[in-house]
Design a protein around this ligand. Structure first.
Ligand code: PLP
Length: 392
């Protein structure tokens, strides 16, 4: 058999491999605390589950339009207007099977040999994987601890060349929890005026997980790039719906048609009952979202405080998402061997920074979407391990 070479270049998300390994160890009877996977530990709110059950009982069993049902697209447009004051037409909204397919499709639309696509490093691993898949040149944009893990407008703009077609940005960010301040986003967008051919994909999947009274900066609020902006968002993180596979994209101009055709070729449409659940999520009470945010905030403080007490570890306070990205350079360990040893020897699952890009060396990613009790237990185990074990 001879398959196309692109598949030799496709990558993965190691969080799923760690999840599989942690699950296997737990099945052998090991006491595992999983701080590896990035998903809320809450149930989907009950009224959302009920809306999906009702949709099934009402007979919504067939295909829907490839772009999603109109009431859901309207609900997305209204939600964006309510939260960010932006005018979005339901005809610009496309319902996607999760957040990931928007990055997959965007990168497919722009990536080919000879062009460059910029992406955050450390950043969500699928960006680079898909860029490599298309044969485009991946150009990492460094995300630095000294900037609070925000992206730097100047550094990002300085990396644009005549070959750049797409810039991927992500705030609040995975894996760092970094949030880019408005002044920096303003500067970035102003600088893009010199590069009218360059498109932007803004991954805002964590837009509702932001702390200390900060306001999320939605890229839809910048009219000068609106005709070349792809917005990625979805229900997974905000409404604890990772397994439902429900997301949305705002596609500009002809990209909408491209995406619609890709959907027809790939998945036909998104699961009908999940789309009805999506309406309930957006139009129903939002107190569960506020509750989850408050809980994550408490754990964020707990995890940062605990990490900073561990020998050789320092951790800045993440401003968003549900990840901490501690610096472990002073422990003497490389990040991945440390992550592996922590899982094998202490049962704490977390991810080595290099799984998110070369600049992730020297860091670990901990998801604090776990109970306070488990977080404290994990920190305790890590402390005992680091105090007693020399670097491998
Ligand atoms: N974008 C970022 C930055 C993420 O961290 C994730 C999930 O971890 C996604 C997108 C994908 O979300 P979904 O599970 O809805 O595909």
């Amino acid at each position: 058999m001879k398959t196309v070479a692109n598949f030799d270049r496709i990558g993965e998300e190691n969080a799923f491999a760690v999840l599989a390994r942690a699950t296997a160890l737990a099945a052998q009877g090991r006491d595992i605390i999983n701080l590896g996977i990035g998903q809320p530990d809450f149930r989907t709110p009950e009224h959302i589950v009920e809306a999906a059950i009702k949709a099934l009982q009402d007979g919504h069993h067939g295909y829907t339009p490839a772009v999603g049902i109109l009431p859901l697209r309207e609900a997305v447009a209204n939600d964006l207007h309510r939260r960010y004051g932006v005018q979005v037409s339901p005809d610009e909204v496309m319902i996607m099977p999760g957040g990931k397919p928007t990055m997959f499709m965007s990168i497919l639309m722009f990536g080919e040999p000879g062009v460059e696509i910029m992406y955050p490093d450390p950043g969500f691993p699928i960006y680079r994987s898909m860029i490599e898949y298309t044969g485009a040149t991946p150009v990492p944009v460094p995300i630095r601890e000294e900037n609070g893990f925000a992206f730097s407008a100047d550094e990002t703009l300085s990396l644009i060349t005549d070959k750049t077609r797409l810039i991927i940005i992500n705030s609040p960010a995975n894996p760092t929890g970094g949030v880019t301040p408005k002044a920096e986003v303003d500067k970035f967008v102003a600088g893009l005026e010199k590069w009218p051919e360059v498109a932007v994909m803004s991954d805002e999947i964590y837009d509702q997980l932001i702390y200390d009274g900060r306001q999320h900066v939605c890229l839809l609020n910048y009219p000068s790039i609106r005709d070349r902006l792809i917005l990625l968002n979805g229900w997974s993180k905000t409404y604890a719906m990772t397994g439902w596979r429900l997301g949305y994209a705002i596609w500009p101009g002809k990209l909408y048609e491209n995406a619609r055709k890709l959907a027809v070729n790939l998945h036909s449409c998104v699961n009908a009952s999940a789309q009805y659940a999506g309406i309930a999520a957006l139009t129903g009470p939002q107190d569960a979202v506020a509750h989850m945010r408050r809980e994550f905030d408490k754990r964020r403080k707990l995890v940062v405080e605990g990490l900073n007490k561990l020998p050789g570890v320092s951790c800045i306070t993440p401003a968003g998402a549900f990840y901490a990205f501690p610096n472990v350079k002073q422990t003497g360990w490389k990040a991945k061997p440390l992550a592996n040893a922590l899982l094998d020897e202490t049962g704490v699952a977390l991810i080595g920074g290099p799984d998110f890009g070369m600049l992730g060396e020297g860091y670990l990613r901990l998801s604090y979407a776990n109970s306070a009790e488990n977080i404290l237990k994990a920190l305790d185990r890590m402390g005992t391990f680091l105090a007693s074990r020399k670097a491998a």
